[in-house]
Write a protein that binds this ligand. Structure first.
Ligand code: ATP
Length: 346
């Protein structure tokens, strides 16, 4: 990355703050009562209408952040405005202006699709006279109109998720939080939900998505932020993040199992031609090297691996994906942590 991260975030914040924001966060901190610092100074501005992706490994602080935005947890530091309302001063207004699709569906399996949506209308205080029309409209939107009278327990996992998403939208919130909405679904069901999320975003709804699937983030999101240990360590559009990784990716297949892959990793990590920014990760088949000079020096690495007695069974050069972005970020953080450790040891 060419710029110090803190500067990038200040710059982004300034640019986006000029438009109307769905979410405006400055210096957000949340330390749990046992001392766990789950969120440690997050700044972000999400303009209305954006499809925003929030990524990070398990335990990075994603759910904690969403819970603060949805007023389910109170922050221990910083300021958060959601749809213009301060989460501390105006939690009710915030709740009325958001939809929240939690990881676990809140669909009642004994009720029909229509009854589930009607029930959500009552719970969110949709005026009685508007309910029937709203229910029909949402059934249509999530393609469940044909099975509106069937009990939800007869539905597939994907259909239940679509119904759950519909119930989060009954009060027409301008902002919707989707916390890992497609986890556990097969690719077909996932694709169907993607279409639906895209549709509601096209109609103007701001979406805040967390997902484990980087391909999902790549397909859907206008902009992404990556959180690690409670801090945002990268943000930008998927294309920008891929460009920041820089260069290309060299995938190398190596025979003879884990020990050979580890040996190959060691050799690639100490291979000076790739430069300091190169990252190396172990894959199922071998190793993956991301470097500006991957194409120019790829064959030299293959020779070095062969000279070390390893059997290379295949290789490929390709453009970086979001998975590579993620691996590069994680690798960089590891290196920085190592640096701190070795400085401390001196
Ligand atoms: P996942 O993808 O696993 O849901 P996450 O990125 O959403 O992870 P959080 O659930 O926000 O991460 O957790 C952030 C940190 O806070 C972790 O170290 C977690 O163990 C800790 N944590 C979460 N809830 C609590 C709690 N109630 N009390 C103490 N620590 C907590």
């Amino acid at each position: 990355m060419t710029q110090p991260r803190s500067e990038q975030h200040r710059e982004d914040g300034r640019t986006a703050a000029s438009g109307r924001s769905a979410i405006d966060v400055s210096g957000l901190e949340l330390t749990y009562s046992d001392g766990t610092e789950a969120v440690a100074g997050v700044n972000m501005t999400i303009p209305s209408g954006e499809f925003f992706g929030f990524l990070g490994p398990n335990g990075a602080g994603k759910t904690t952040t969403i819970k603060v935005f949805a007023t389910l947890l109170s922050q221990t530091g910083g300021e958060v405005r959601v749809n213009g309302f301060d989460v501390t001063d105006n939690p009710r207004k915030v709740r009325e202006s958001i939809g929240y699709m939690a990881q676990k569906t809140s669909v009642d399996l004994e009720l029909t699709a229509r009854e589930n949506i009607r029930f959500a209308c009552e719970a969110y205080g949709v005026p009685r006279g508007e309910r029937a029309e709203r229910v029909d409209e949402l059934l249509e939107l999530v393609d469940l109109a044909d099975v509106a009278g069937k009990e939800a327990e007869e539905f597939s996992g994907g259909m239940q998720k679509r119904l759950d998403a519909a119930t989060a939208l009954v009060h027409r919130p301008p902002l919707v939080f989707l916390d890992e909405p497609t986890t556990g679904l097969d690719p077909k069901a996932r694709n169907r939900l993607w279409e639906y999320f895209q549709r509601i975003n096209d109609e103007g709804t701001t979406i805040f998505l967390t997902t484990q699937y980087l391909e999902e983030a790549d397909q859907l999101c206008d902009r992404l932020a990556v959180i690690l240990d409670g801090e945002i360590v990268a943000d930008g559009s998927p294309a920008e993040l891929k460009r920041e990784v820089g260069g290309e990716v060299l995938d190398v297949e190596v025979e003879d199992g884990e020990a050979a892959r580890e040996r190959a990793t060691e050799i690639a990590r100490t291979f000076d031609e790739f430069g300091e920014d190169a990252t190396v990760s172990v894959t199922e088949e071998g190793i993956s090297v991301t470097a500006r000079e991957a194409r120019q020096h790829g064959t030299d690495l293959l020779v070095a691996l062969r000279d070390a007695g390893l059997t290379v069974t295949g290789f490929n050069i390709r453009a970086p994906t979001l998975d590579d972005v993620f691996l590069a970020i994680m690798g960089e953080e590891e290196n920085e942590a190592d640096g701190i450790e070795s400085e401390a040891e001196q």
